[in-house]
Design a protein around this ligand. Structure first.
Ligand code: IMP
Ligand code: MG
Length: 175
């Protein structure tokens, strides 16, 4: 579909916010031995790369990929396409996500991971579309709360494109 992009957050705005979040995360985990960062593929890859390099607590990087069976809007099942490599039992875990929309994906992932009995489980999301929420998900750290717009860049895609944009853009679909 024809579309144009307009900037929502510039590279500089993102960089500044990521630094602020990293400082808060560093403070929160200052007495932890290590934290397992779980990047949800593929959208969190860029955010995870930038954020993790600003962390001072020892971190382990792991990744998980999921897809939803049918409509997530029915709270449908979330299928694991790539399982974690790390055992998270008794360990500090921080999920890194690009954007929370209805909340269904993170809610299911959180439920699944809690069954493995981690020492702690927290969520860090770059963007939060709060008005679209269908299920409550507690977000420990968030970059920006945004309006209900379709956004791309800094890891996020439209039809798998634009993930590499250094800024976050709004997709304006042609009428
Ligand atoms: P949820 O389960 O409805 O919260 O969906 C969250 C997932 O939908 C995110 O991890 C993204 O992959 C995708 N998503 C939601 N909104 C956007 C958007 O505006 N741009 C790109 N991907 C989005
Ligand atoms: Mg995603």
């Amino acid at each position: 579909m024809g579309h144009t992009l307009t900037t929502m957050f510039s590279k500089q705005e993102i960089e500044l916010r990521v630094q602020q979040i990293a400082a808060e995360i560093n403070d929160h985990y200052k007495n932890s031995e290590e934290v397992i960062l779980i990047g949800l593929l593929r959208g969190s890859a860029i955010f995870l790369a930038d954020l993790s390099r600003l962390l001072t607590v020892p971190v382990i990087l792991d990744f998980m990929a999921t897809s939803s069976y049918g409509k997530t809007t029915d709270g449908g099942e979330v299928k694991i396409l790539k399982e974690l490599d790390e055992e998270i039992h008794g360990r500090d875990v921080l999920i890194i996500e690009d954007i929370i929309d209805t909340g269904n994906t993170l809610n299911k992932i959180k439920e699944m991971l809690l069954l493995r009995d981690p020492k702690s489980l927290a969520i860090c999301a770059l963007l939060n579309k709060t008005s679209r929420r269908e299920v409550d998900v507690f977000v420990n750290w968030q970059g920006f709360s945004i309006e209900d717009k379709f956004v791309v860049g800094y890891g996020m895609d439209y039809a798998q494109l634009y993930r590499n944009l250094p800024y976050i853009g709004i997709v304006n679909f042609d009428k």
